[in-house]
Design a protein. Structure first.
Length: 75
């Protein structure tokens, strides 16, 4: 498994990750149009908020629970 940063690696989004199989991770980056919400539009160019993080998670076909406490503390 590899760590994927759906909202980029900027300071506010660095710890917001999901684990992907290496081949799936490659496919996400190779074909962003079919990434099923795993690449946030505008990633690395805007600040990730808790609302943004929830929108990203809720756009996934099978949302999981992620530790968003760090985002809340930094806003």
């Amino acid at each position: 498994m590899e760590r994927h940063h759906p909202a980029g690696r900027r300071k506010d989004a660095f710890l917001f990750t999901v684990m992907l199989h290496p081949q799936c991770h490659d496919k996400v980056h190779a074909d962003p149009a079919n990434a099923k919400g795993l690449l946030w539009k505008g990633r690395n160019s805007k600040k990730l908020t808790i609302e943004d993080a929830n929108t990203i998670i809720n756009s996934w076909p099978h949302p999981q629970q992620y530790p968003l406490k760090i985002l809340k503390e930094n806003q």
